[in-house]
Design a protein. Structure first.
Ligand code: ACM
Length: 534
């Protein structure tokens, strides 16, 4: 099968090379049949939504809005039957949830989908068949056209994610919306919003107001490399109100992006303890919001009071985020304080547990039960495997792929996010010439080389790998511009692995398309890293 597919793809590429049009859609569609000529948008071109496709009206409106913003062409969206000199949106119930068909000819454009989401992805591909001006918000009176072709497309994975850490550094709502916009251009569908950290709590919880009035503020931040131990002596803070969160969730929904909130526990909780020390193992300790990067020893103590507190927080969080998954962190929870705590040691004995790892598993298991009882699914970093994986947990594998493999073998769903391929806080080029980053060595080519089908897993176990995600941790990423720089172009590699068919993948061909994508990224004003795109 693979070799037939390889031959077909090579033939497609040869045909593409011979055709008048060239195509450089990212992520690469599953099937693209080249054609000659262009469709030209005119002032009397219609955007037609057929009766069965009424649910796609908001997507059709996005097309007319974007044509208006970039070319000043005002096309009205109307209901009716398909016609020529039109972009026709039709319903096709034979297609999968996120699939679409897009046919561009000289006379018309036909978009078929089963859901608004599929229609939305057709639109994203259509934009990439047009000059980069379609992504600009400075109107031009150039001709708006789209290269003719026929596309049949559907994603390889249902979960195509990017994580942004708003804990170490805070990113304003306007940037979160822009990040969502940029994800949508490349058909990513899950935004993992890391909202709580040792260095700052970033989400308003009405029941516990100190989390925002105190725990969101640290007294100073590190400057330069960790080893320099230099601080800026300047208070730093920021948080999202519940109203802002609702606004962002609704915004993302329009772009068919689900948001997964992450509320860390029992580790990475020092900021929380700064306001509510009774939840720590040393209630008398004067905890402060952390100012140094790294893993804090100050963790939550598994008392009943702590569970009640965290469940109250999760109740507010679940009301804000309508998606299925709630991320509870679970990573990097040092056991030092649990080892020294009379309460923890007694609890281990009382519950018949072997050690502190099983105590962590008990903690996560209780939270899993609570989240599951509310009709949601719990997601945690791969440390939640230690001491036993709780029954409904989904695992995000970050310390390589081994945690994900172990979880898939236990028939748990997994998102692969191995640090060596998808930690976008790592250097993407020469550390001597790049802006300061946390470390690592992760060029675009390394990102693109990740293959989520792993030889350790059977076909049935492989089905538990529901997708992939890249993570932008922000110890050294203080500004939106730098966050974009670290995200792009590497997010394009992620998007392509997540969306496009498995094989064969050709890095130089991919880079060729990324280079062509520079025009679009420039029109979108993305501050991408240019090093590998020269
Ligand atoms: C992690 O990087 N601690 C998930």
């Amino acid at each position: 099968m693979k070799s037939i597919f390889a031959v077909c793809l090579s033939l497609t590429l040869i045909i593409q090379a011979q055709a008048q049009n060239t195509y450089s859609i990212l992520p690469q569609p599953a099937k693209l049949m080249p054609a000659e000529g262009q469709f030209t948008f005119k002032s009397n071109t219609a955007v037609v939504v057929t009766k069965e496709a009424a649910a796609f009206t908001s997507v059709a409106k996005m097309l007319s809005d974007q044509l208006n913003a970039s070319y000043g062409i005002k096309l009205s969206v109307k209901n009716g039957s398909t016609s020529s000199n039109a972009v026709n949106f039709t319903f096709n119930d034979q297609l999968a949830e996120e699939a679409y068909q897009l046919k561009v000819t000289k006379n018309k454009i036909d978009i078929q989908a089963k859901t608004g989401k599929g229609a939305f992805y057709a639109l994203q591909s259509l934009f990439q068949l047009m000059p980069a001006q379609i992504f600009s918000t400075t109107p031009s009176n150039q001709t708006a056209s789209a290269s003719a072709c026929s596309i049949e497309d559907a994603p390889r994975y249902n979960y195509r994610g990017l994580m942004l850490d708003a804990g170490r550094n805070f990113f304003p709502v306007a940037f979160i919306k822009r990040y969502i916009d940029l994800m949508a251009v490349y058909k990513l569908n899950t935004f993992h919003w890391h909202l709580t950290e040792d260095q700052g709590w970033r989400i308003e919880i009405k029941k516990y107001p100190l989390l925002t009035s105190q725990s969101s503020i640290r007294k100073e931040s590190m400057v330069g490399k960790y080893s320099d131990m230099k601080f800026d002596h300047t208070p730093y803070g920021g948080f999202y109100t519940q109203e802002e969160i609702k606004e962002v969730v609704a915004y993302a929904d329009k772009k068919f992006i689900t948001i997964i909130p992450e509320i860390e526990m029992p580790g990475h909780s020092q900021a929380l303890l700064a306001s509510y020390p009774q939840l720590g193992c040393n209630p008398d300790k004067i905890y402060e919001v952390a100012t140094k990067w790294g893993v804090s020893e100050d963790v939550l103590c598994p008392r009943e009071e702590t569970f009640t507190f965290m469940e109250n927080i999760l109740t507010e969080v679940m009301a804000l985020f309508p998606g299925k998954y709630i991320h509870i962190g679970g990573d990097e929870c040092p056991k030092t304080q649990w080892k020294q705590s009379r309460f923890c040691q007694d609890l281990i004995k009382k519950l018949g547990l072997k050690n502190e790892h099983e105590l962590q598993s008990y903690f996560i298991g209780r939270i899993d039960k609570f989240i599951t009882s509310k009709g949601k699914r719990m997601l945690g970093w791969d440390e939640i495997l230690e001491g036993g994986l709780s029954p409904n947990a989904m695992v995000m594998s970050w310390r390589g792929t081994s945690g994900g493999i172990e979880a898939a073998k236990l028939n748990h769903d997994v998102v692969m996010s191995p640090n060596s391929y998808f930690y976008l806080d790592y250097y993407q080029a020469n550390a001597k010439t790049e802006p300061l980053a946390i470390g690592g060595d992760l060029p675009l080519s390394k990102c693109y080389s990740f293959e989520p089908d792993l030889p350790e897993l059977t076909e049935a176990q492989t089905k538990h790998i529901i997708g992939i995600q890249a993570n932008v941790w922000t110890e050294y990423i203080k500004t939106p511009a730098y966050a974009e720089y670290m995200t792009f172009p590497r997010a394009l590699a992620l998007a392509e692995i997540a969306w496009s068919p498995k094989a064969p993948k050709n890095y130089s061909e991919f880079v060729g398309r990324v280079k062509k994508q520079k025009n679009n990224m420039d029109a979108l004003k993305i501050n991408y890293c240019p090093v590998e795109l020269k």
